[in-house]
Ligand binder design. Structure first.
Ligand code: HEC
Length: 144
């Protein structure tokens, strides 16, 4: 409980280096969960299950940008196993490619954030960001 409160605080303040070092697996899983939750809110809008709301979309893009910056630092060599991680060994084998994927998603989120001003632009530009998710999970994350 205390740990999860600390983690939420750390995430909302931007992940502190100390926190990330003390439990990088939990921190990266929580960071990805936040991205997943933000993205699920946007998916509701895409499917017409929620009304179009620019704020929700811009907030999700910000969450994705922040995660893209934080994630490359959350895979130290001593975090290959344990903590119920689903990261595959390939993360450490081809680290440069893995890190380049985060950088690309971050850049795509910044670009989409500038482009999306209404529902029409949302429909065109948001998918450019989420196409990064599956591409990385495909090679770097265990299927469950
Ligand atoms: C550059 C690679 C990469 C990108 C891009 C990426 N992910 Fe992930 N994601 C991972 C890895 C690696 C894990 C497994 C982390 C672990 O278990 O240690 C993961 C785990 C997750 C999880 C499970 C978290 C948990 O443990 O419960 C969710 C949800 C998720 N990602 C959503 C997303 C969404 C949504 C996007 C796109 C907006 C995205 N990811 C983009 C690499 C990526």
């Amino acid at each position: 409980m205390i740990r999860s409160i600390l983690m939420i605080t750390a995430l909302s303040l931007g992940i502190s280096a100390a926190m990330a070092q003390s439990d990088p697996i939990a921190t990266r899983k929580e960071t990805m969960k936040q991205v997943g939750r933000a993205n699920a809110e946007v998916a509701k809008i895409s499917k017409g299950e929620a009304p179009f709301k620019l704020e929700t979309i811009q907030a999700a893009l910000k969450t994705i940008q922040d995660a893209s910056k934080a994630m490359p630092n959350l895979f130290p060599d001593n975090s290959k196993t344990g903590g119920d991680t689903t990261a595959l060994p390939k993360v450490w084998e081809t680290k440069a490619d893995f890190n380049a994927r985060w950088e690309k998603m971050g850049k795509d989120a910044i670009a989409a954030s500038a482009k999306i001003v209404d529902e029409a632009s949302f429909k065109v530009a948001y998918g450019e960001v989420t196409s990064n998710c599956g591409g990385c999970h495909e090679g770097y994350r265990q299927k469950r």
